[in-house]
Design a protein around this ligand. Structure first.
Ligand SMILES: Cc1ncc(COP(=O)(O)O)c(C=O)c1O
Length: 447
C-alpha cells in the first residue's frame, strides 16, 4: 500500500469530514525547509499559516534541530515529579524573565488545551483553598477558542466545536464579546471605546462571588475568523477583574512569541494577567509542549503546606517538562530575541502593503491586522457586509486555488489569513500576497 492508501485505511484526521478525502486526498508532505513545505512530487508550498499557527522560526530550523538532536542524545525524557533537569529549570526562569509583569512560577504541560485546563483547575482550587468555594464558574466571550478538551471547550464560544458537547460541559458564562467588523454599536476601529464591554461588566458585577476566572485571547481571536479587537477591551477587563477579585487568564497560545509584533499580545494593552497560557511558538512549533505561567505568589502559597494537608496541585501529564521540548524552547527564545524580533517591523509593514492591495478587491469586506497577523474577510456585498452563502465554500475554493499556485492558506470560513513563520523573507511574503490576490480573484470572478 502507498502512503495515501495506508492513510485512507487507518487514519482519522482532525477537524475533517473524512468523506471529503474521497475526492480530495490529503497532501503527503515529505520535507520542510524554512517557510516551505514540499510534497512527494517535489512541489513547494509557502506555509502561510505556520502549520496550524505553531511554526515560528521556519521548518527544520537548523538551530532548533541541533538543540533537539543534542538533547535526544543526552536525555530524552524523565519524570518531572521528584526530578528536574537543566533545561526545564532554565526555561522556566527565561519565561518568567520575558513574560510581561513579574510572574512567579511556571507549570508545564503538553498542549494548549492542557495549559488552559491547568489554569481552570488552579484558579478553582485556589479559591477553594482560600475560603471561597463558591467561586467555581468561568467566563469567556463569544467566539472564544481555548482548546477542545472538555474544560477548555467549556470556556469556548464557537458553536461548531461546542454545541454537540454542551450537555457534558461545565456551566460557564459566555458573554457577548467584540465583533469589530460588524460592530453592533455602529463604531469603527478608530472610534471604538470598547462599548461592547457592557455585557462582560454586567455578568462580572452580578456574579463575581461565584466566578473564579475570565479566559480571554488577548487582541486576536484567531479561531474566530481572526477577530481583532481593541486593547481598550482588555484594559477594561483587567481593571474590573482586579477590582472584583476574579482571576484573569490570558490565553497567549496562538498570539504569543512575537506574532502581534510584541513578544506577548498583553503588552499592547499594558496588561498583566493572573495566569498566562502558552504553547505553539514556545518550541518554535517543534514539540507538543505548553506552560501555564502563574503571577500571584498568593496562588502558589495557597497550595503550599504539609503533605498530609493534601492541598498540592494534583495534575500531571506524562510528558510534562519534557527536556527536548524545554531545550528547544530556550533556543527559540534566543533566536527570537537576537534578530527575529528586530526584523519584524519591516515585515509587518510589507504585510500592511499586501493587505492594502487586497482591500481594493471588490469582495474584500475588511482587512485586519495585528502585528504580523493579517486577515481578509471576503463578502458577497462589500457595502452591506453580507456574507457569501456558506454552501458556496468561497474560502475553501480560495484555499484550493492557492494550493495550485504553491501556497498553504487554509481559511477560516471566508476569511483568508496570513500567519506565517516570523522568519519568512520579504520576497516570499510578497510572493504569498501575490498568490492570495490571484486566488481570491480567480474564485470571486467566477462566482
Ligand atoms: C488561543 C488558543 N488556545 C488554545 C488552543 C489549544 O491548543 P492545542 O491545540 O495545542 O490544544 C489553541 C489552538 O489552536 C488556540 O489557538
Amino acid at each position: 500500500m502507498n502512503i495515501n492508501q495506508l492513510d485512507k485505511k487507518f487514519v482519522w484526521h482532525p477537524c475533517t469530514q473524512m468523506k471529503d478525502h474521497e475526492t480530495i486526498p490529503p497532501i503527503e508532505i515529505v520535507k520542510g525547509e524554512g517557510c516551505f513545505l514540499f510534497d512527494k512530487s517535489g512541489k513547494k508550498y509557502i506555509d502561510g499559516i505556520s502549520s496550524w499557527w505553531v511554526n515560528l522560526l521556519g521548518h527544520c530550523n537548523p538551530r532548533l534541530t541541533a538543540a533537539l538532536q543534542k538533547q535526544a542524545a543526552e536525555l530524552e525524557h524523565v519524570i518531572f515529579a521528584g526530578f528536574t533537569h537543566e533545561y526545564g529549570a532554565r526555561l522556566a526562569a527565561e519565561l518568567c524573565r520575558i513574560a510581561p509583569g513579574n510572574p512567579v512560577k511556571v507549570f508545564y504541560s503538553d498542549c494548549g488545551s492542557a495549559a488552559v485546563e491547568v489554569a481552570l483547575k488552579m484558579s478553582y482550587q485556589y479559591w477553594r483553598q482560600t475560603g471561597k468555594p463558591k467561586k467555581k464558574r468561568f467566563v469567556s466571550i463569544s467566539g472564544a477558542y481555548h482548546g477542545e478538551t472538555l474544560g477548555a471547550l467549556s470556556v469556548g464560544g464557537i458553536g461548531l466545536y461546542r454545541e454537540t458537547f454542551s450537555p457534558i460541559m461545565l456551566d460557564t458564562f459566555n458573554v457577548e464579546g467584540p465583533n469589530c467588523f460588524r460592530c453592533p454599536y455602529g463604531k469603527t476601529r478608530d472610534t471604538c471605546s470598547a462599548e461592547c464591554f457592557e455585557d462582560m461588566e454586567r455578568v462580572l458585577t452580578n456574579h463575581s462571588d461565584e466566578i473564579a476566572a475570565v479566559f480571554i485571547e488577548p487582541l486576536v481571536q484567531c479561531a474566530n475568523n481572526m477577530n481583532i479587537y481593541s486593547p481598550v477591551y482588555l484594559k477594561k477587563l483587567r481593571e474590573l477583574t482586579a477590582k472584583l477579585n476574579v482571576h484573569l487568564v490570558a490565553d497567549e497560545i496562538a498570539v504569543g512569541f512575537g506574532r502581534t509584533g510584541k513578544l506577548f499580545a498583553c503588552e499592547h494593552a499594558n496588561v498583566v494577567p493572573d495566569f498566562m497560557c502558552i504553547s505553539k511558538g514556545l518550541t518554535g512549533g517543534y514539540m507538543p509542549f505548553a506552560a501555564t505561567i502563574v503571577y500571584d505568589q498568593k496562588v502558589y502559597d495557597a497550595f503550599y503546606g504539609e503533605y498530609t494537608d493534601y492541598k498540592a496541585f494534583y495534575h500531571s501529564h506524562s510528558y510534562t517538562g519534557n527536556p527536548m521540548a524545554a531545550r528547544i524552547g530556550l533556543e527559540a527564545i534566543d533566536i527570537l530575541e537576537n534578530g527575529v524580533m528586530a526584523e519584524l517591523p519591516g515585515k509587518i509593514n510589507v504585510l500592511s502593503e499586501i493587505l492594502g492591495g487586497l482591500a481594493e478587491l471588490p469582495n474584500v469586506g475588511e482587512i485586519r491586522q495585528c502585528g504580523f497577523i493579517g486577515a481578509v474577510e471576503l463578502v458577497a456585498d462589500k457595502k452591506s457586509k453580507k456574507a457569501f452563502p456558506s454552501a458556496e465554500k468561497i474560502g475553501w475554493q480560495v484555499y484550493r486555488e492557492a494550493l495550485k499556485r504553491g501556497a498553504l492558506l487554509r481559511p477560516l470560513g471566508d476569511v483568508i489569513y496570513f500567519l506565517t513563520p516570523l522568519t519568512i523573507s520579504i520576497e516570499t511574503l510578497k510572493e504569498l500576497g501575490g498568490i492570495a490576490k490571484e486566488s481570491i480573484e480567480e474564485v470571486v470572478n467566477s462566482y
